[in-house]
Write a protein that binds this ligand. Sequence first.
Ligand SMILES: [Zn+2]
Length: 381
Amino acid sequence: MARPSFRASRQTLIAAGTLLAVALVVAFSSRAFIEQHKVEALHPSPALKRVFPLSEINPNLKGTPGDTDVYMYEGPGKGGSLLVIGGSHASEIAGTMTVALLVETLKVDAGTVFLIPHANASAMTHDEPQEAHPRHVFFDTPGGRRAFRLGARFTNPVHQWPDPITYAQPGSGTMLAGAETRNLNRAFPGVENGNLTERIAWGITELIRREGIDLSFDIHESSPEYPVINAIVASETSQDVASYAAISLQSDGWEFALEPSPPNFHGLSHREWTDHTKTRPILLETASAVMGRLRGPTNADLATIGKDPQYVKAAKIGAISVPFDENGISIEVRVARDLAAIAAIVSAFNDLVPDRAILVGGWPDPKELVEHKLGDYLAAP
Ligand SMILES: [Zn+2]
């Protein structure tokens, strides 16, 4: 008689233990899930005029996870206008951090500046599957530690689903793999009432059109083995400022490859902003070891400190496209490259189009940033 009741209680214990384990996993993962939906607070510089949602430009984004903040700055003097977006691909953290740093340090003497740190806000709410990426990266400011999310390349499938088998790009009809329907940098110029990604793309393109923005930057990163890296991508309308700036960057010790925007590479920001707006578009690209296929152990330090012995070996045998030594490629170097390029291109624009000059500054000197920590320049949490 005692035996069956002992078995029953053992089974009850196993069931209770399993349920408890499941509850713990659910509690842990739901906390991480909710954390990744929390938009990090930025502390704009005093030059900020106003912050508005992109849904003000495309009302079809209102109340959706694709809506995102646009930070607008205006100087006392009249001048041209500038747009800088980061996080088109939310896994490319240096782009987001460059724009976040601009939000917190920008000074404007003349002209108007629009900054979008999370261009694809939905892509910020998840991470790359099966990549063991950290969900957050950390920066120690003088007033304490700040966390920023490391998102994914594509719009979160929870927000835009299902993917078609193939994605016929609106406008060009170019056929792409189905998942590319969630790639913001294949969705330009966008569709006003299209899928979520196309609506975001339309909002940004329409912002450029409506405000008559003169100069527009889209900041990206890629794996160190990708061939178009440490690059300034410019189209036929921005070649003038880009080539002028490339020379001054080179003489200042910054190596950049100047890459043309292919005329039939549709959906990309630099191509479609050229064809559908009057802006001069520029895409910037830096090398991030955390995105690479040859990387070793993956953690938040790899995304920020950027040291990786595997890439040191790869560089020695010429398997990658950028120099990579024991110092790695830190987030400070990547953000400094973005800032140096932006400063040089804005300055080239001001020389070529003086009546639309954009007089901006306030961000850390790129050469100085490389010698310090990014957190030294960010506001306290
Ligand atoms: Zn990218």
